[in-house]
Write a new protein. Sequence first.
Length: 483
Amino acid sequence: MSETGKVTDRPTPVPPTANGVDRFFRISERGSTFGREIRGGFATFFTMAYILVLNPIILGSAKDKYGEALDPVQLTTATALVAAVMTVIMGIGGNLPLALAAGLGLNAVVAFQIAPLMSWDDAMGLIVLEGLLICALVVTGLREAVMHAIPQPLKQAISVGIGLFIAFIGFVDAGFVSRIPDAANTTVPVQLGGTGTLTGWPVLVFCLGVLLTVALLARKVRGAILISIVTMTLVAIAVNSAADVKSWGLTTPEWPDKIVDTPDFGLLGQFSLFGAFDEPGVGVITVVLLVFTLILSDFFDTMGTVVGISAEAGLLDEDGKVPHLGRVLLIDGAAAVAGGAASSSSATSYIESAAGVGEGSRTGFSNLVTGGLFALALLFTPLLTIVPLQAAAPALVAVGFLMMTQVKQIDWDRYEIAIPAFLTIAVMPFTYSITNGIGAGFVAYVVIKTALGRAKEVHWLMWGASALFLVYFAIDPVRQLLL
């Protein structure tokens, strides 16, 4: 046999670089492929790219105590930069398909609750302080210990509740469901469409997107979610050019006049760590309560998101624990610090990462794709944000279904766990908050166990977390007692 023949008969070696990447991210070990990770990274980006529009709108529409407003262009740059950097760090350091960006809800607290009491620099300083304190909780092991103290059925209920929550977000963002104005004098809080009926082209695009997504999922088509997002974006662009559409909401699906824009990093570093404590008329107690509220919301929102995404990806171990949890939580805490330091509000783990998981993501490699797209958004924001919510929201509905399937793992015959699980699941979408759902489940679990004379079965950290949630739910009367 010739030397040429010998070489030809040997198996073609995998390039060392590819082998190294696969081993580092454990792609094959987790049953994934580079193709699935890339598709998942794209899907996650497109389902959360709205934050590049929404965060500047929320923060930019508010003024601080001195009447100052943040620049929308600078906010867009800061939002994209923090999302890009922290998503990549989570991928490399945490090896989870978990993207990060400015937290919705937290940014509203900053804009409408904190900023009116102080300057923007002082408000963002509180975000940095909150992130540092969360990192301290991680380093001491307290944050991870709390997560391990949660009973497995409650973790599963958290995943199911998040599934319903993000499906509800999809319906609301697309205009399929809307809040009935208070002037209607009705006890019904939401309704179909804007007037009780489905009207307008944007809602039609959403409905077609849902049908396309579920049909592709039912046929087990690879890339179903991403195919749906891209297809419906193209449909939306065509509809927008051919029909008279009054409004698509935050993002209008039309080809932008300018594809490339220069990033403006003017907001980076504009914060004062302890400036809020010196603000006249605010008071130390008020500042402490504000920081406490931020920590509690960030703490348990992240906990629910990390557990939910990991469970959906099948990454929890036999004890229901998240791999490398301490590292993941530390990176999430650092993201809050980065968000405050960049004046884009606290950054946190995004439940929209479930879209990538639904597309096949199982490792942090997909974060390199998502983070890379956010980095591109620094230059190509006009092009990358043409995806309207109506084209991306069907992915949230579909992933909500996928996460809902975990409900079968809960023992509904055991009321001591079934009732807290039910409250966890129900309160999340009904109050539009992951934190509220977790809190309701925790408190109910402790109360029921105590009522059954089995209080000793409750981990002491569950007692502590439930006590904090009682303060959280009663924060207004607590504030009135202390002030």
